[in-house]
Structure formats: C-alpha cells, structure tokens
Write a protein that binds this ligand. Structure first.
Ligand SMILES: [Zn+2]
Length: 369
C-alpha cells in the first residue's frame, strides 16, 4: 500500500496513451467525476478526470474498468520459486528511453541455488502488450511484480454504476458491477471465475472483441472434452495469454469420444500467441480427466463469420470441478499421462488423415474419371 499526501495509491491503471501500468489512486468527486491521480506525478496537473458522460456504451465502461486493478506487489528475493512457467506477471519493459510496466507471461524459468537475500535466477518473459508484445526478454526478479487480485475499488465501482444508470436502456440487474477486475494468475487451474459476470456481459455484447464484419482468425482444436464449456475455454485462454478470444465447442457424433472446437480472434498476432501457448512442447492443456487439447491442423485460418458462434452452442451448465482446465507441466505425472493420451489420439488422427486422403482421391476419380 502506498500512501502519500493522504492519498492512497493502491491501484494500478493501464494508461491509454502507452498501455503501460501506473500506480494510481482513484477518487470519486462530486458524485459524478472520477479523478485518477498518478503516484509518480502527484501534481494535480497530471491527474486524469473522467466524467459520467464520457461513456456512451456498456462496452466502453467495461473496458475502462478492466484498466484498473489492485497495485502489483514486487517479487522478493526469497519468493522466486513462486514465479512459475505460464504465470502472468507484471514487469518492467526496458526500451532505449523508458522503463515501463507491462504484463508478461513467464515463458521459461532458470532457478539457481542462492541465499534467500539475493535471487540469482533468470526468467524469460513473453510480453502480452505494449511495445514488446509477442517478443521475449530475459529478466531478473528485481523487475518483476505479482499481479494482485481483488474487488473493484469502491469509488470506481460507484462511478461505473453511475455511468450505467446514465446509459439508455441500461438493465440495472445485468449492468451491476460485479466480481474482481483481474483474473487470477494461479498456475494449473482456471481461477478466473469470480469475474465471470463482467466478462460474460462483455462477451454477449461484442462476441469476444471480434467485430462481426471483420475477418476472423482461427484455429481448430480437437480432442476436447465433449462437455467442455466454451466460456471456460475463453477464461482459461484469457488467464494465460491476456487475449479475449471467441471460443466454441462443436457438437460431435455420439460415438466419438472427443469434440472439436475453435478459437477465434481479430488478429493474426493474437492467434499466433494463442497457438504458441497451446502448442508449447513443455506442457499440455488438459481437462480434469487429463484429456489433452490437440491443434487439429497447423494452419492459422481466416474467414468472416456472420453470427456470434456462441449462439450455436448447446447450453453450457455452470462450471464444476470436473470441467476445470489445467496445465500439465513437463516432469509431472500429469504430463506423462497427457503425453500418452496425446500419442494415442495422434495415432488415430494420422490414420484417419490417411483414410480421408484416400477418400478424396477415390471421390475425384468417380467425379472426373
Ligand atoms: Zn531465485
């Protein structure tokens, strides 16, 4: 907690101008205006003021809310083993002129034996946004912070509710601010469900950040659990890559033991990041039962969809522990089991691929003898 001048700088704010995180305080003034004060520039000249009338859609205010979270906590030297591969953290990105905070996923960790007061480990980070987006940087613990999860700051929540009351046609029940502002970065389980309400309404409005008339970029997945909830997929992907994607699970044939699905986003870069996350050779993404996700084909595809794919989904029951998604990491029993299951599936998959090629050949012969 950072208190200066009687102001409690207990939030991080992702500033629109450079998309970097800054420590700030949020104060509701005159019951209609939100003042954001930056810890590094305490003079009121630098404050940002947001009025209730600055927002014209629910999506705008939801996006604004997602720019706040509790202030991140620096990783102490004796806490380095808490930083795990796949975890989302906030870290300093150093460029020629600046050193600013952005979110990154820990791509690799090299632990080294050391005393508790001086960490000598190194970490490879994959930047999730900002100037380094999609690139890797080797870093040390001094530059890293744990992302903290918590309820929305009361002043911001009140401000958001004022905005929503103003918005025409606002449904007071649906538009209540709920949940936390940030997903959990716990590794190995999908723990972002406390924020499902805000996320779901944004999803309904806007099909996961994908405009209906723009081209979509997508990959097809297979070997999914038949009862996998697409929303859970969406949360899981967001938790680990910070990308909001559209997800679907297609109804399969009754005799099939698995389902296919797809992940759609609005840019190729985002899709590549999701692809790399799923295809990381050091882990498998599995359901609670251990069934590993398989990318059905190597190609990153694109096309335009005219409807929200979620509308075509069978109704999904609420999450249960049985439907959790996990990351099975190299060296664990879960990984071994997932690898065996993937090998088994791939043998079937390749066999089927051979049969399909043969079928196509035979069909061509009949059509065009
Ligand atoms: Zn260390």
């Amino acid at each position: 907690m950072a208190i200066s001048d009687g102001v409690d700088y207990n939030l991080d704010f992702r500033w629109k101008a450079d998309d970097a995180w800054y420590t700030c305080a949020a104060i509701l003034e005159h019951g209609s205006r939100l003042r954001v004060k930056f810890k590094d520039t305490v003079q009121s000249y630098f404050d940002e003021l947001y009025s209730v009338t600055d927002f014209s859609t629910h999506r705008e205010i939801e996006q604004f809310l997602s720019r706040f979270r509790p202030v991140s906590e620096p990783v102490e030297d004796n806490e380095c083993s808490r930083v795990l591969e796949g975890m989302k953290i906030c870290a300093i990105y150093r460029s020629k002129d600046e050193a600013l905070y952005y979110d990154a996923t820990v791509d690799a960790v090299q632990y080294v034996e050391h005393t508790p007061d001086k960490c000598l480990c190194s970490y490879l980070l994959c930047w999730q946004h900002g100037p380094g987006e999609g690139t890797l940087t080797e870093t040390t613990i001094e530059d890293m912070c744990f992302i903290v999860h918590g309820d929305i700051h009361p002043d911001i929540a009140e401000f958001a509710n004022l905005v929503k009351q103003q918005l025409k046609g606002a449904d007071s029940v649906q538009s209540q601010v709920c949940g936390s502002v940030e997903h959990s970065s716990h590794v190995g389980s999908c723990a972002g469900r406390e924020s499902i309400c805000a996320e779901t309404s944004a999803y309904d409005m806007d099909i996961g950040g994908v405009n209906k008339t723009d081209p979509h970029h997508y990959i097809v997945l297979t070997n999914l659990d038949k009862d996998l909830c697409p929303l859970l997929m969406m949360h899981f992907i967001h938790e680990h890559t910070s990308i909001t994607a559209q997800t679907c699970v297609c109804p399969g044939l009754l005799q099939e033991t698995y389902a296919r699905g797809a992940i759609l986003v609005d840019s190729k870069t985002k899709l590549k990041r999701i692809y790399n996350f799923i295809n990381n050779p050091n882990h498998f993404i599995t359901s609670f039962s251990g069934r590993p996700w398989v990318i059905a084909e190597e190609n990153l595809r694109s096309g335009t969809f005219t409807t929200n794919l979620r509308k075509l989904q069978p109704k999904c029951e609420s999450y249960s522990r049985q439907s959790e998604l996990k990351i099975a990491r190299l060296g664990t029993e879960e990984y071994k089991k997932a690898k065996e299951l993937k090998d088994l599936y791939m043998a079937f998959h390749n066999h089927q691929k051979g049969l399909l090629q043969r079928l196509a050949m035979e069909e061509n012969k009949k059509r065009d003898p």
